[in-house]
Ligand binder design. Structure first.
Ligand SMILES: Cc1cc2nc3c(=O)[nH]c(=O)nc-3n(C[C@H](O)[C@H](O)[C@H](O)COP(=O)(O)OP(=O)(O)OC[C@H]3O[C@@H](n4cnc5c(N)ncnc54)[C@H](O)[C@@H]3O)c2cc1C
Length: 476
């Protein structure tokens, strides 16, 4: 039997980082993968969705060129899905070597092909071999959760598994789900030329986000011709001729039938727990995946779980972060815990919605003493020149002394702009530090200084201002 320091199951965002990190430190590592190296992120998640959004933005830019005084460019009309999918594949091909078996073997990792099954607290069976690990790390990810809607299976639907290899652009697309995946893909297909309807069971799209941010995005999506049905659920699907008819029940308008050429299901994720024999070795798990403590340890001390399989955040950067925590906890003495407070995320629509920490609603609900500072991009000169100011804003939920409890930015470059606020929050800096920091002019990042300025203005109370006035009068 082969003995390893680490046996990693799943070569996606989490597993690859554990394997590279462990091997880089000199540990003996086996990495088991049953499908494509790179997991969801490279093959059916982040990379293809961001490439699709980029292609869709090109179509949008062409349509909007006249706004900037550019003549000779106009609405390009519905796009050829195959050509766009080729662009997506070219992006994946550029990134794939980084996640490839060859690269990992070059790093000294033993890459094993096959589905892994736990045999004991230290043994994994895969590819006809038994791999013994001092520690086992499970990183098997998640897949689309498909709702039980009568007729859906028979009618057929797309998920993130199939949507990036479609042959033709549908004239109409019904997206089930108003979360990040639903709105990103919905906007992309609308911009490429499909008539898109988003059916969202929650009161508004992006239910986890700040309500103003979700409303700003919804307004933008509607402005681009996307129909959004909030508080609505698909009840039945029928296929008639070449079309799919979906009966929707909605809080506001009751029952309604919608016709679409295709349906995209984006109603959440299901952890990949099947086939691992979790119960056989005593690993506690539930509907949200494998239960882990703050150190990423499962109920079996030698077995760890990370990424979408463990949550609570389903992001590549969270999986990678947990991977580093696990490398630290398995290969060195002592243990570290995950930092759950400073986890940023972005929905990569146009505008993007980027967030960290508390939302205003959550702070209110928890009775957290807080103040809200919201600055619009209307006053940011760069955003004005870029034509990216309308409806966009940055908002910070601050504590009594100006500490950053949470932040949300809505802007086409929100993800990059948020990084400064994430660092400030993690370092315990106050909003006044943003005001004191020199930001290059004219940049979008000046929005963060503007947040600091907005906070500083509130420090100047009427009483303090009167004292200043007296002093200045005396010094004249
Ligand atoms: C459409 C879409 C867009 C997304 N966009 C973003 C984004 O922009 N930013 C972001 O941060 N996140 C994004 N995500 C989420 C991100 O893709 C996941 O959070 C991330 O891939 C999770 O990493 P993981 O290591 O847990 O799982 P994965 O990366 O999915 O890796 C799991 C691997 O385990 C393998 N496996 C499963 N079972 C077994 C077994 N029994 N034996 C061996 N191998 C097994 C699988 O084949 C897979 O390769 C997106 C997801 C989707 C669906």
């Amino acid at each position: 039997m082969e003995r390893y320091n680490l046996v990693v199951v799943g070569a996606g965002s989490g597993g690859l980082v554990v394997a590279a990190g462990g091997a880089g430190l000199g540990a003996r590592v086996a990495l088991v993968e049953k499908d494509r190296m790179g997991g969801d992120c490279l093959n059916t998640g982040c990379v293809p969705s961001k490439a699709l959004l980029r292609a869709a933005r090109a179509a949008r830019d062409a349509r909007e060129a006249g706004r900037f005084g550019i003549r000779g460019v106009g609405d390009p009309g519905p796009q050829e899905a195959r050509a766009v999918m080729d662009y997506i594949r070219s992006c994946q091909a550029r990134i794939a070597p980084h996640d490839s078996a060859e690269r990992f073997e070059g790093l000294g990792v033993d890459v094993v092909r096959g589905a892994a099954r736990l045999k004991s607290a230290h043994e994994v069976e895969a590819g006809g071999r038994i791999l013994w690990g001092r520690h086992l790390v499970l990183a098997t990810g998640s897949r689309a959760r498909v709702p039980e809607v009568p007729g859906l299976e028979e009618a057929g639907y797309w998920t993130n598994q199939s949507v990036f290899s479609v042959e033709a652009l549908p004239d109409s697309l019904l997206v089930m789900g108003g979360g990040p995946i639903g709105v990103e893909l919905g906007q992309a297909f609308a911009r490429l030329g499909s008539k898109v309807t988003i059916v969202s069971s929650s009161a508004h799209v992006l239910p986890r986000e700040d309500i103003d941010a979700a409303a700003a995005l919804a307004a933008r999506l509607r402005g681009e011709g996307i129909e959004i049905l909030d508080g609505s659920r698909a009840k039945k699907v029928e296929r008639k001729g070449g079309r799919k008819f979906v009966t929707i029940e909605s809080d506001s308008v009751g029952s309604r039938e919608l016709a679409a050429e295709e349906i995209l299901v984006a109603t959440g994720r299901h952890p990949n727990v099947e086939g691992l024999n979790l119960d056989g070795v005593g690993i506690v798990h539930g509907s949200k995946g494998v239960r882990v403590d703050a150190r990423c340890r499962t109920s079996v001390p030698s077995i760890w779980a990370i990424g979408d399989l463990a949550g609570p955040y389903l992001f590549t950067h969270w999986a990678g972060y947990q991977a580093r925590v696990v490398v630290r906890n398995t290969l060195f003495p002592g243990t570290v815990k995950c930092d759950f407070a400073n986890v940023p995320w972005t929905t990569f629509t146009d505008p993007e919605v980027a967030h960290v920490g508390w939302t205003e609603a959550a702070a209110r609900e928890k009775n957290l003493p807080h103040r809200v500072f919201k600055v619009p991009f209307e006053d940011n000169d760069r955003a004005v020149c870029d034509g990216s100011f309308e409806g966009n804003f940055a908002k910070v939920i601050a504590g009594k002394k100006g500490e950053i409890l949470g932040a949300t930015i809505v802007h086409p470059h929100a993800d990059d702009l948020l990084a400064e606020l994430v660092l400030a929050r993690k370092a315990g800096l106050r909003l006044s530090s943003l005001s004191d920091t020199i930001h290059t002019y004219p940049t979008l990042s000046e929005i963060n200084r503007a947040l600091g300025d907005a906070y500083n203005k509130t420090r100047l109370t009427p009483g303090l201002k009167r004292i200043f006035e007296k002093i200045f009068e005396w010094r004249r």
